[in-house]
Design a protein around this ligand. Structure first.
Ligand code: DX5
Ligand code: ZN
Length: 219
Protein backbone atom coordinates (compact mmCIF):
# COMPACT_ATOMS: atom_id res chain seq x y z
CA UNK A 1 0.00 0.00 0.00
CA UNK A 2 1.22 3.49 -0.83
CA UNK A 3 1.44 5.82 2.15
CA UNK A 4 -0.28 9.21 2.18
CA UNK A 5 1.34 12.09 4.07
CA UNK A 6 -0.58 15.38 4.08
CA UNK A 7 1.68 18.42 3.73
CA UNK A 8 0.35 20.45 6.63
CA UNK A 9 1.73 23.76 5.36
CA UNK A 10 -1.09 23.48 2.82
CA UNK A 11 -3.78 23.09 5.49
CA UNK A 12 -5.88 25.91 6.88
CA UNK A 13 -3.28 26.86 9.50
CA UNK A 14 -5.86 28.72 11.56
CA UNK A 15 -7.74 25.43 11.87
CA UNK A 16 -4.76 23.07 11.97
CA UNK A 17 -6.11 21.02 14.87
CA UNK A 18 -9.43 20.36 13.12
CA UNK A 19 -7.66 19.50 9.85
CA UNK A 20 -5.42 16.98 11.65
CA UNK A 21 -8.51 15.35 13.17
CA UNK A 22 -10.19 15.02 9.78
CA UNK A 23 -7.02 13.61 8.20
CA UNK A 24 -6.42 11.19 11.09
CA UNK A 25 -10.00 9.93 10.84
CA UNK A 26 -9.57 9.66 7.07
CA UNK A 27 -6.75 7.14 7.62
CA UNK A 28 -3.74 9.02 6.33
CA UNK A 29 -0.40 7.39 7.18
CA UNK A 30 1.82 10.20 8.45
CA UNK A 31 1.92 13.99 8.76
CA UNK A 32 4.47 15.98 6.74
CA UNK A 33 5.74 19.28 8.19
CA UNK A 34 7.62 21.59 5.81
CA UNK A 35 10.23 23.54 7.75
CA UNK A 36 11.83 26.49 5.94
CA UNK A 37 14.43 29.00 7.12
CA UNK A 38 14.31 31.78 4.52
CA UNK A 39 17.90 30.91 3.51
CA UNK A 40 18.00 27.43 2.04
CA UNK A 41 14.65 28.23 0.44
CA UNK A 42 13.12 31.69 0.02
CA UNK A 43 10.13 31.14 2.30
CA UNK A 44 9.12 30.63 5.94
CA UNK A 45 6.55 28.18 7.23
CA UNK A 46 6.23 26.22 10.43
CA UNK A 47 8.45 25.54 13.44
CA UNK A 48 8.95 23.35 16.45
CA UNK A 49 6.38 25.10 18.67
CA UNK A 50 3.66 24.35 16.15
CA UNK A 51 4.73 20.70 15.99
CA UNK A 52 4.70 20.46 19.80
CA UNK A 53 1.26 22.00 20.06
CA UNK A 54 -0.33 19.27 17.92
CA UNK A 55 1.89 16.33 18.85
CA UNK A 56 -0.73 14.85 21.16
CA UNK A 57 -3.60 15.25 18.70
CA UNK A 58 -2.66 12.06 16.85
CA UNK A 59 -0.42 9.04 17.29
CA UNK A 60 0.50 8.94 13.60
CA UNK A 61 4.15 9.55 12.67
CA UNK A 62 5.33 13.15 12.30
CA UNK A 63 7.69 13.70 9.37
CA UNK A 64 9.75 16.91 9.38
CA UNK A 65 11.12 17.96 6.00
CA UNK A 66 13.94 20.33 6.90
CA UNK A 67 14.52 22.86 4.14
CA UNK A 68 17.09 24.65 6.27
CA UNK A 69 20.82 25.32 6.11
CA UNK A 70 23.03 23.42 8.56
CA UNK A 71 20.28 21.00 9.59
CA UNK A 72 22.81 19.31 11.91
CA UNK A 73 22.23 22.15 14.39
CA UNK A 74 18.54 21.32 14.78
CA UNK A 75 18.19 17.52 14.64
CA UNK A 76 17.94 17.11 18.41
CA UNK A 77 15.34 19.88 18.65
CA UNK A 78 13.11 18.19 16.08
CA UNK A 79 13.52 14.81 17.75
CA UNK A 80 12.63 16.34 21.13
CA UNK A 81 9.45 17.94 19.84
CA UNK A 82 8.14 14.54 18.78
CA UNK A 83 9.17 13.92 15.17
CA UNK A 84 9.41 10.26 14.17
CA UNK A 85 10.88 10.93 10.73
CA UNK A 86 13.21 13.73 9.68
CA UNK A 87 14.60 14.45 6.23
CA UNK A 88 17.51 16.78 5.53
CA UNK A 89 18.68 18.15 2.20
CA UNK A 90 21.99 16.96 0.83
CA UNK A 91 22.57 20.48 -0.54
CA UNK A 92 22.18 22.07 2.91
CA UNK A 93 25.15 20.60 4.78
CA UNK A 94 28.84 20.00 4.13
CA UNK A 95 28.68 17.04 6.55
CA UNK A 96 26.03 14.78 5.13
CA UNK A 97 27.36 11.48 6.42
CA UNK A 98 27.98 12.78 9.92
CA UNK A 99 24.53 14.34 10.13
CA UNK A 100 22.74 11.22 8.88
CA UNK A 101 24.78 9.14 11.30
CA UNK A 102 23.72 11.38 14.17
CA UNK A 103 20.08 11.19 13.08
CA UNK A 104 20.32 7.40 13.12
CA UNK A 105 21.75 7.45 16.63
CA UNK A 106 18.67 9.31 17.92
CA UNK A 107 16.36 6.54 16.69
CA UNK A 108 14.47 8.81 14.28
CA UNK A 109 13.70 7.50 10.78
CA UNK A 110 16.41 9.12 8.72
CA UNK A 111 15.54 10.78 5.42
CA UNK A 112 17.71 12.23 2.67
CA UNK A 113 16.00 14.86 0.49
CA UNK A 114 17.29 15.65 -2.99
CA UNK A 115 16.54 18.75 -5.04
CA UNK A 116 15.44 18.11 -8.64
CA UNK A 117 18.95 18.80 -9.99
CA UNK A 118 20.82 16.74 -7.37
CA UNK A 119 22.05 13.34 -8.52
CA UNK A 120 21.63 10.05 -6.70
CA UNK A 121 25.42 9.60 -6.43
CA UNK A 122 25.81 10.19 -2.71
CA UNK A 123 23.58 7.18 -2.01
CA UNK A 124 26.50 4.99 -2.90
CA UNK A 125 28.15 6.30 0.28
CA UNK A 126 25.20 6.93 2.61
CA UNK A 127 22.59 4.43 1.36
CA UNK A 128 23.28 2.16 4.32
CA UNK A 129 22.35 4.85 6.88
CA UNK A 130 19.21 6.20 5.21
CA UNK A 131 15.65 4.93 5.81
CA UNK A 132 13.96 7.00 3.10
CA UNK A 133 14.86 9.27 0.23
CA UNK A 134 12.73 12.29 -0.63
CA UNK A 135 12.72 12.89 -4.36
CA UNK A 136 11.72 16.54 -4.76
CA UNK A 137 9.49 16.71 -7.80
CA UNK A 138 9.39 20.53 -7.64
CA UNK A 139 12.02 22.95 -6.40
CA UNK A 140 11.53 23.15 -2.63
CA UNK A 141 10.00 26.21 -1.03
CA UNK A 142 6.45 26.65 -2.24
CA UNK A 143 3.23 24.76 -2.67
CA UNK A 144 1.34 24.96 -5.93
CA UNK A 145 4.24 24.54 -8.38
CA UNK A 146 4.50 22.39 -11.51
CA UNK A 147 5.82 18.81 -11.51
CA UNK A 148 9.32 18.49 -13.03
CA UNK A 149 9.16 15.55 -15.52
CA UNK A 150 12.86 14.57 -15.31
CA UNK A 151 12.26 13.43 -11.72
CA UNK A 152 10.29 10.42 -13.00
CA UNK A 153 13.44 8.78 -14.32
CA UNK A 154 15.15 9.61 -11.09
CA UNK A 155 12.54 7.70 -9.07
CA UNK A 156 12.98 4.73 -11.38
CA UNK A 157 16.78 4.86 -11.12
CA UNK A 158 16.57 5.11 -7.35
CA UNK A 159 14.25 2.10 -7.17
CA UNK A 160 16.68 0.16 -9.31
CA UNK A 161 19.61 1.18 -7.08
CA UNK A 162 17.69 0.12 -3.95
CA UNK A 163 16.74 -3.27 -5.37
CA UNK A 164 20.11 -4.08 -6.85
CA UNK A 165 21.87 -3.25 -3.56
CA UNK A 166 19.33 -5.06 -1.43
CA UNK A 167 18.58 -1.94 0.61
CA UNK A 168 15.42 -1.26 2.65
CA UNK A 169 15.11 2.41 1.64
CA UNK A 170 11.61 3.84 1.04
CA UNK A 171 10.98 6.44 -1.64
CA UNK A 172 9.00 9.56 -0.78
CA UNK A 173 7.92 11.98 -3.52
CA UNK A 174 7.19 15.61 -2.73
CA UNK A 175 5.83 18.40 -4.94
CA UNK A 176 2.75 18.73 -7.15
CA UNK A 177 1.65 15.14 -6.53
CA UNK A 178 -1.66 15.21 -8.40
CA UNK A 179 -4.13 12.55 -9.50
CA UNK A 180 -2.57 12.70 -12.96
CA UNK A 181 0.88 11.80 -11.70
CA UNK A 182 0.15 9.45 -8.75
CA UNK A 183 -0.20 6.24 -10.84
CA UNK A 184 3.01 7.09 -12.66
CA UNK A 185 5.14 7.77 -9.54
CA UNK A 186 3.82 4.60 -7.92
CA UNK A 187 4.73 2.61 -11.03
CA UNK A 188 8.24 4.06 -10.89
CA UNK A 189 8.63 3.02 -7.27
CA UNK A 190 7.26 5.68 -4.90
CA UNK A 191 6.21 4.32 -1.48
CA UNK A 192 5.14 7.58 0.20
CA UNK A 193 3.25 10.49 -1.34
CA UNK A 194 3.44 13.98 0.13
CA UNK A 195 0.02 15.39 -0.55
CA UNK A 196 -0.50 19.14 -0.72
CA UNK A 197 -2.70 21.45 -2.72
CA UNK A 198 -2.43 19.23 -5.80
CA UNK A 199 -4.64 16.40 -4.55
CA UNK A 200 -5.79 17.00 -0.97
CA UNK A 201 -6.07 20.55 0.36
CA UNK A 202 -8.13 23.41 -1.03
CA UNK A 203 -10.27 21.01 -3.08
CA UNK A 204 -13.86 21.98 -3.95
CA UNK A 205 -15.61 19.30 -1.83
CA UNK A 206 -13.70 19.97 1.38
CA UNK A 207 -10.97 18.12 3.25
CA UNK A 208 -13.05 15.21 4.54
CA UNK A 209 -14.19 14.26 1.05
CA UNK A 210 -10.80 14.82 -0.59
CA UNK A 211 -9.13 12.62 2.05
CA UNK A 212 -11.65 9.82 1.42
CA UNK A 213 -11.19 10.17 -2.35
CA UNK A 214 -7.41 10.05 -2.11
CA UNK A 215 -7.42 7.07 0.26
CA UNK A 216 -9.70 5.22 -2.11
CA UNK A 217 -7.52 6.11 -5.10
CA UNK A 218 -4.26 4.87 -3.55
CA UNK A 219 -5.54 1.70 -1.83
C1 DX5 B 1 7.37 22.12 -1.28
C2 DX5 B 1 6.85 21.26 -0.16
C3 DX5 B 1 5.67 20.37 -0.49
C4 DX5 B 1 4.50 21.06 -1.06
C5 DX5 B 1 3.43 20.10 -1.52
O1 DX5 B 1 8.56 22.72 -0.87
O2 DX5 B 1 7.90 20.43 0.30
O3 DX5 B 1 5.34 19.60 0.64
O4 DX5 B 1 3.97 22.00 -0.21
O5 DX5 B 1 2.30 20.81 -2.00
P1 DX5 B 1 1.83 20.88 -3.52
O6 DX5 B 1 0.97 19.70 -3.79
O7 DX5 B 1 1.06 22.14 -3.62
O8 DX5 B 1 3.06 20.91 -4.40
ZN1 ZN C 1 7.92 18.74 1.89
Amino acid sequence: MTEIGPSLMCSDLGALREDIKILHEGNVDFFHFDIMDGHFVPNYTMGTDMIKSVRHDTNLPFDAHLMIEYPERYIDTFVECGCDMISIHEEATPHLHRTLQHMNSTGVRTGLALNPSTSLNSLEYVGDIVDYVVIMTVNPGFAGQTFIPSTLNKIENLKHFINSNNLQIKIQVDGNISYDIIPEVIRKGADMLVCGTSCLFKQPNGLKQSTADLRHFTD
